[in-house]
Design a protein around this ligand. Structure first.
Ligand code: ATP
Ligand code: LTN
Length: 336
């Protein structure tokens, strides 16, 4: 039955749709690193979700490998956590089909991400974009996950996962699925775009100068921060409403150095925006360059990364297969 391990299960994933950003790093990966020891942790690159938008095959493979290498370089311990690529564990698609038969058209039509992304897809909307949350529900439910660390834009998908799990528990017994909960990080929940600080920094931003990628060179990072949008005043204060650009730089610093916002602000008394931009760039460079170097080494060297991914897929599969057997028995499939 569920809960065979002592610690609660935590699981999360990022789509390897592009290079990872500073937002992904501070909002997701750094949080994972912080909590990995407190849980039975599963982290993955969700390449099957990524193909809900067209991907260049060579680029998808490259982004997938570089992203898992970044998880490791940032401090995810692959011996302690289960680190894997979604498409390497076939049980995700297997459970997703079953969940397709329990999720309702109405609830899926209400998903904000579907509404936003389908509006951008023209007349040919892939069915996978619609059923995307059910694959995510399968990711979560396969591992008896208790907590799902995600950004606030994903809470609706976790809610849907809970609804479907509860629905199925009602039909097949209360211990069919563990009911998961979203876990929203407190610090740096949102890193904003450097050029448009009222929108979230994202992998797929139209203007790449607003996003810092983990793989950016030191020169690029400095250039992007120097051009960051601020405001027409001169005071360095935290005020997301009236000073979104300055506030973003302050919270990026605080998320990296673990200082409170007050401590960061105190360092800028009597200083100018130029200082803040340059020093934020330096702090980000110091944090990201060693990570990107280590990640690139892992990708170039291949053997160690392959070993880790093979081990991760095997460990994930073992747990996933137990869940599949349990669900298949309850549904009435023939289990041999
Ligand atoms: P896309 O541009 O492809 O929609 P994205 O960069 O917005 O991607 P996701 O793949 O949707 O990122 O997010 C993966 C995880 O990274 C999220 O659950 C969230 O925790 C975190 N994340 C993404 N962008 C940010 C951000 N700007 N600030 C904080 N956290 C973020
Ligand atoms: N939909 C999520 C990525 C994702 C995920 C998951 C997150 C896919 N499966 C399982 C947590 C748990 C996103 O776009 N951020």
């Amino acid at each position: 039955m569920t809960g065979t391990t002592e610690k609660k299960v935590i699981l999360s994933g990022i789509q390897p749709t592009n290079k990872l950003t500073l937002g992904n790093y501070l909002g997701a990966i750094k949080q994972w690193v912080r909590i990995q020891n407190d849980y039975d942790a599963y982290f993955m690159a969700v390449d099957q979700h990524a193909i809900t938008a067209r991907q260049d095959p060579a680029q998808l493979r490259k982004n997938t490998l570089f992203s898992v290498a970044c998880y490791i370089a940032a401090g995810i311990d692959p011996e302690r956590c289960v680190l894997f690529i979604q498409s390497q564990v076939h049980q995700h698609s297997q459970l997703a089909w079953t969940l397709n038969c329990f999720g309702y058209m109405g609830e899926l039509s209400r998903m904000i991400q579907f509404k936003e992304k389908s509006a951008k897809s023209g007349s040919n909307i892939p069915v996978g974009l619609f059923t995307y949350p059910l694959l995510m529900a399968a990711d979560i439910l396969l591992y008896d996950t208790a907590l799902v660390p995600v950004g606030d834009d994903q809470t609706q998908h976790v809610e849907l996962t809970r609804d479907i799990a509860e629905r199925m528990n009602g039909i097949y017994g209360p211990d069919t699925f563990v009911i998961p909960k979203a876990h929203i990080p407190k610090v740096a929940a949102r890193v904003m775009d450097l050029l448009t600080p009222t929108s979230k920094m994202s992998k797929s931003a139209v203007n790449e100068n607003g996003s810092i990628f983990i793989s950016d060179s030191a020169a690029d990072i400095e250039r992007k921060f120097k051009r960051a949008t601020t405001d027409s005043e001169t005071v360095i204060a935290f005020d997301t409403e009236n000073k979104p650009g300055v506030s973003n730089l302050l919270s990026i610093q605080s998320a990296i150095t673990s200082e409170s916002l007050e401590e960061v602000i105190a360092r800028y008394e009597g200083k100018q925006y130029g200082h803040l931009k340059l020093e934020t760039a330096q702090i980000v460079i110091k944090e990201l360059i060693p990570i990107q170097q280590r990640a690139q080494e892992l990708v170039d060297e291949k053997t160690e990364l392959n070993r880790i991914l093979k081990m991760g897929a095997e460990r994930a599969s073992e747990h996933a297969e137990r869940t599949i057997k349990r669900i298949h028995e309850r549904i009435g499939y023939v289990v041999i």
